[in-house]
Design a protein around this ligand. Structure first.
Ligand code: ATP
Ligand code: MG
Ligand code: MG
Ligand code: MG
Length: 353
């Protein structure tokens, strides 16, 4: 019997369009003799639209769009399907969220999966939520003794009460250059690099447009190294990759618009540096209680120090994104990577039973 997959994509997030592209790539890579694929498109307003089972992969993204049944309340239908499968003692479908950011990568949709009590691909509630919030993530890394840059955090209330006090604190504890970021975002949205008090003021205002909490980090001059992890209890590590942005830093434009950024895989780093990256990445995976997949991002300073910047619990997943490319160079191509993620999702569910 074919394995049933519900592929969730779109979503209420700034990364909506990227997610549609990802879904198209994933569907085209799935083996239709092995899987029965049902796309579930989530609109920007957060409405779920379940489609009919696909007979064959769509030829274009437009075709995927056209087949949408816009009248159906997909979430209720999915719940009904699951209840029926349980009642009939059938194999449960697996949910595969190809969603980034809010409501996709932050633990909220994973909470729904937990309540539905069905298998799903990727990280659970805790890892997703902790990984999405840079302050919580860094606090947990600090507690585990992982090397990272200095940081401070403010919420909007604290800042509004005493703006100059906040800037004074940043200058005293962090200094320049520093990076100001919304606590809960990705794709470099709302992030600024600051060299002066004036820029700091502007950066605070910018970041607070996206979140009620922000983080300010010491800016380091460093190479940017990333690594992929795959698995549950004992995840495997991919080769390392390096990002060489042409811009001042790896900002939103460099990620999605310029196409100017070079990805070097495998990264040209000494073996002992690679070993250190792996060691820290595996600890970070454990500390945040991750499962399925993670992309861990690092800084490699001039004197060879490895600092963890962040982990991403639902990294970019088009065939030309860093995470799949890292695995390709490690010997696992895109279709096989997808198979493995589905298998790890099923395994994680069995563990909980
Ligand atoms: P994504 O999830 O897409 O990887 P993000 O929005 O979570 O990105 P970060 O990875 O934290 O953001 O930062 C984006 C980029 O900004 C980094 O790739 C790096 O180029 C630069 N950067 C961020 N923090 C620092 C820092 N402390 N020192 C130097 N550069 C930094
Ligand atoms: Mg991130
Ligand atoms: Mg992200
Ligand atoms: Mg990053």
């Amino acid at each position: 019997m074919k394995k049933r997959i519900y592929l969730l994509y779109g979503g209420k997030s700034a990364e909506h369009e990227v997610s549609i592209r990802t879904a198209f790539s994933v569907i085209c890579a799935l083996d239709f003799t092995k899987y029965e694929v049902t796309p579930v498109y989530i609109t920007k307003d957060g409405n779920w639209m379940k489609r009919d089972v696909l007979k064959e992969p769509p030829k274009t993204m437009d075709e995927l769009e056209r087949q949408l049944n816009r009248d159906v309340n997909g979430l209720i239908e999915i719940m009904r399907d699951i209840a029926q499968a349980k009642e009939n003692g059938e194999q449960l479908p697996i949910l595969f969220p190809l969603l980034h950011g809010t409501n996709g990568e932050d633990g909220t949709v994973q909470g729904l999966f937990e309540i539905l009590n069905i298998p799903f691909v990727g990280n659970g509630v805790l890892a997703s939520a902790a990984g999405m919030d840079k302050v919580i993530m860094k606090n947990l890394f600090a507690q585990a003794g992982l090397p990272q840059v200095k940081y401070v955090s403010f919420n909007r209330f604290e800042w509004e009460k005493n703006e100059d006090g906040a800037y004074d604190e940043v200058e005293k504890k962090i200094g320049y250059p520093c990076f100001v970021k919304p606590a809960n975002l990705g794709s470099s949205v709302g992030i600024s690099k600051c060299q002066s008090r004036e820029q700091l003021q502007k950066a605070f205002r910018e970041a607070f447009q996206f979140d009620r909490k922000i983080i300010i980090e010491q800016g380091v001059e460093a190479r940017e190294i990333e690594i992929g992890l795959l698995g549950n209890e004992s995840p495997e590590c991919s080769v390392a990759g390096e990002i060489i942005p042409k811009a001042e830093f790896y900002d939103y434009k460099a990620k999605y618009e310029d196409g100017n950024t070079a990805l070097v895989i495998p990264a040209d780093i000494p073996n002992e540096t690679y070993e250190r990256v792996k060691e820290i990445a595996l600890k970070a995976f454990k500390v945040l209680d991750c499962s399925g997949l993670v992309r861990a991002d690092f800084f490699l300073t001039k004197n060879g120090e490895v600092l963890i910047n962040e982990i991403n619990t639902m990294p970019g997943f088009t065939p030309v994104s860093m995470y799949p490319l890292l695995w390709k160079h490690t010997g696992i191509d895109y279709p096989e990577l997808i198979d493995k993620l589905i298998e790890f999702g099923c395994e994680q569910y069995r563990e909980k039973e």
